[in-house]
Design a protein around this ligand. Structure first.
Ligand SMILES: O=C(O)c1cc(=O)[nH]c(=O)n1[C@@H]1O[C@H](COP(=O)(O)O)[C@@H](O)[C@H]1O
Length: 235
């Protein structure tokens, strides 16, 4: 499906029925969708088939983090399922990322984007300090994103607050996927490093992951349309 919008709607629901109900209200030319741990744990791979049948590009967000062999095989199975994007944790290290990239490179005509999560958007400097990382989020994101790039990743998940820095450091083709997107006035929830959709695009993000600001809205389609309009997607 060709989708002009950078928005990826996080279908974070406890049942397959709820996620499909939302997906049917959305238009695959206006957004992509993300299947994360909650939905995949309840619905399994059937949810990927169902969303593909509705013509959505699907980001399988299971943030794999394990030994290289295990992660490479999991990424390969995700690609077999036809997902548009899959992710691993950059903190799994170079050998884990390289094994995953090699697994996809060995496939004939691989179409699946392989992305590494840097520092979760729910974390700030004090969270990093508690796990023994005495760097600012920006410094740690830069370190992990450079490692991800040299390990063969197509891009990273980061906060939009780091997009401009990464775009300058790693080039405009390195894909920046940014959650923690909050339109002005919407609830921050558990996110710490946030930005509005327009700010994130201006900073160099390629894709904006949005969950609750859309899925918990009284009129989710209206919010999505408003964001797309603000971004000039249908201008
Ligand atoms: O990999 C992700 O998608 C992700 C990485 C990250 O650092 N932060 C983050 O929020 N996410 C995901 O992005 C979505 C954000 O949802 P909302 O906070 O509801 O907009 C959730 O599904 C998270 O699992």
């Amino acid at each position: 499906m060709s989708c002009q919008s950078p928005i990826v709607v996080a279908l974070d629901y406890p049942t397959m029925a709820q996620s499909i109900e939302m997906a049917k209200r959305l238009d695959p030319s206006q957004c992509r969708v993300k299947v994360g741990k909650e939905l995949f744990t309840t619905a399994g791979p059937a949810i990927l088939d169902a969303l593909h049948k509705l013509n959505f590009d699907v980001f399988l967000d299971l943030k794999f983090h394990d030994i290289p062999n295990t992660v490479a095989n999991a990424v390969s199975v995700a690609a077999d399922a036809g997902v548009w994007m899959v992710n691993v944790h950059a903190s799994g290290g170079r050998r884990m990322m390289e094994a995953s990239a090699n697994a996809l490179a060995q496939r004939a005509d691989n179409q699946t984007l392989l992305i590494a999560v840097t520092v979760l958007t729910s974390m700030d400097q004090s969270d990093l300090a508690e796990i023994g990382i005495d760097l600012t989020p920006e410094q740690h994101v830069k370190r992990l994103a450079s490692l991800a790039q040299s390990s063969g990743m197509d891009g990273v998940v980061c906060s939009a607050q780091e997009s401009s820095m990464l775009s300058n450091e790693l080039g405009k083709d390195f894909v920046l996927v940014t959650p923690g997107i909050r339109p002005a006035g919407s609830a921050q929830g558990d996110q710490k490093r946030i930005m509005t959709p327009s700010e994130a695009m201006a900073a160099g993000s390629h894709y904006l992951v949005m969950g609750r600001p859309i899925t918990q809205a009284a009129d989710p389609v209206a919010v999505l349309t408003q964001v797309n309009t603000e971004l000039g997607v249908f201008a």
